[in-house]
Design a protein around this ligand. Structure first.
Ligand code: 3UK
Length: 516
């Protein structure tokens, strides 16, 4: 991919204003249930007016940090582009964060301004009272009409974007915090555009007539890329859903004719039967063509289930907030069950041992990647651990096979060592998920005097199946028959649901240390 960028570069100019310059402003850009569609020109006009409010009314100067908070809707996207246009730094936040966590974000990012959905104002106002660096806040989608929109009405729909440098920071994205304190990662204008030139161009291969849709919040870079940057880089449209549980997603796919879908593995599993009944897959005459899974390991059982239900081969990809987006993946034609894929053009990837030396194919080690995007933690000593000689050391244990396919084993810290054997949770989870009684499951290692650790499975049963000693035995026998017997779960516990983050990621630490 061409990753040469001019020294002055603003991602709002490239992704948004260019379409209007090229006479394509009438293309549909953003759609949302219960709201009228926005063309590219509509989005530009909104973003320009917000940019004027930021500069003229709120005194934002280039480099200021503007916190964004809201569900996935068109005004959120307009606010995001406005921050890019004024040369600010967007500080994205998950909608469910409480005042205390917002306070940490404000402190860490030295946030001075915020644009926030009216419905989420209470927690932000509480955080702003306790953290006075945040001095200027405007609320949008206020039904009384007195919020941000009232100020926008006084301003022109034209705005000359700040001529930012390609290497100016435009985004602070916080890691999902599956472990420890959340970290802020910094991304430049150039990084976002480089991302558009790699995975979407070579693996996703979407077109201008595609309709994008997905469930993750825009504060997760998986969604910022998948639902905003990537569709806009090809002139496609995207449907933003404030609520995107599996049943809501199923309805919306049919209603809007979504052709490209971004969601997590568990969501595909939960939607499979519904998608089958509604014949949503293109092979069955439905709209859906490309289905992307990321955020967590994709069990082979889930890939098989979705393919059987829709005729569609899932596109798996591993990405990270640190890297902005996906760097190992495989398109529909090259997918292999049980493997994430091969390295995305533009990136390099290798498996290294404890000392950082590359190991040979077939050997377990840590995944390291290098490419046009990479980790820059904001003011965090963990930077020196994550990036060494330009290589980004992920927390993931992988094996690369002789064909260059990467097989996820576990997070480095989650590897189970039982009686001297290395056991990756995903392999045991994949076996359990093939059993008809299992809706969802999670496997961890728990301390054991004799074996060091034993494999423990947490299982959510499907309706109509009884959780109990009989099922425990059955599941244990089933795993022993499916994979190497020493990997079977010696302990099984049934739960009504698994602890997950807002991005759908399993919180293994909460299984290890259940809240009292
Ligand atoms: C895990 C996967 C196996 C892996 C993300 C796509 O997930 C994203 O970013 P986060 O910073 O977490 C990164 C970690 O999540 N993971 C993600 N995808 C996969 N494990 N198979 C996968 N396909 O542990 C990784 O280190 O929240 C994903 C695009 C942008 C993203 N930020």
């Amino acid at each position: 991919p061409s990753l040469q960028f001019p020294p002055l570069l603003n991602c709002a100019t490239e992704l948004l204003d260019r379409w209007i310059e090229r006479g394509q402003g009438d293309r549909t850009c953003l759609r949302a249930p219960g709201r009228s569609d926005w063309t590219y020109a509509d989005l530009q006009r909104h973003a320009n007016r917000i940019a004027h409010v930021l500069v003229s009314d709120l005194g934002v100067v280039p480099g200021n940090r503007v916190l964004l908070r809201g569900p996935n809707n068109p005004m959120m996207v307009a606010c995001w582009f406005a921050v890019m246009k004024v040369g600010g730094i967007a500080v994205t936040t998950m909608p469910l964060l409480r005042a205390k966590e917002l306070g940490q974000v404000i402190d860490k990012g030295r946030v001075t301004h915020a644009l926030c959905e009216h419905a989420l104002r209470a927690e932000l106002e509480e955080a702003a009272r306790a953290h006075p660096t945040l001095a200027q806040v405007r609320f949008f989608n206020d039904p009384s009409g007195t919020g941000l929109e009232a100020h926008m009405a006084h301003h022109s729909g034209h705005f000359d974007n700040v001529a930012t440098a390609a290497d100016d920071t435009c985004l602070f994205a916080f890691t999902s915090g599956t472990t420890g304190q959340p970290k802020a990662t910094m991304h430049f204008h150039r990084d976002l555009l480089a991302s558009c030139a790699c995975w979407p161009e070579h693996v996703l291969k979407a077109r201008a007539d595609d309709v994008f849709m997905g469930s993750p919040p825009l504060a997760f870079t998986f969604a910022l890329g998948g639902l905003v940057l990537f569709p806009m880089s090809v002139g496609a449209s995207t449907v933003l859903l404030e609520q995107a549980s599996p049943p809501q997603l199923l309805d919306a796919i049919g209603e809007f004719g979504a052709t490209v879908l971004f969601t997590a593995p568990t969501s595909y599993r939960a939607m499979a039967e519904g998608a089958r009944e509604r014949r949503l897959g293109a092979p069955q005459g439905g709209p859906l063509k490309k289905c992307v899974s990321a955020g967590e390991v994709l069990p082979a059982a889930t890939r098989a289930l979705w393919k059987d239900a829709t005729g569609i081969e899932l596109i798996d990809g591993i990405g990270a907030t640190e890297m902005f987006h996906i760097f190992i993946s495989a398109d529909e034609a090259h997918a292999r069950p049980g493997a994430t894929g091969t390295v995305v053009p533009g990136y390099r990837a290798r498996i290294v041992d404890e000392a950082g030396r590359e190991v040979s194919p077939g050997t377990l080690g840590r995944l390291a990647v290098k490419g046009p995007t990479g980790c820059r933690y904001l003011d965090d000593p963990r930077q020196a651990d994550y990036v060494r000689h330009g290589w980004n050391y992920t927390s993931d244990a992988y094996i690369m096979d002789a064909d260059g396919y990467f097989h996820f084993q576990s997070r480095v810290d989650d590897m189970i060592v039982s009686a001297g054997y290395n056991i990756g949770s995903p392999e045991v989870e994949d076996a359990l998920l093939q059993h008809p009684a299992v809706a969802e499951c999670a496997v961890i290692g728990v301390p054991d005097a004799e074996r060091g650790q034993i494999v423990k499975a947490y299982v959510v049963v499907k309706p109509g199946h009884e959780a109990g000693a009989v099922l425990v035995r059955e599941l244990q026998d089933y795993v022993k028959r499916t994979i190497a017997p020493y990997k079977y779960p010696r302990a099984v516990e049934f739960l009504d649901q698994l602890p997950r983050t807002e991005t759908g990621k399993l919180q293994r630490f909460r299984l290890r240390n259940p809240a009292p």
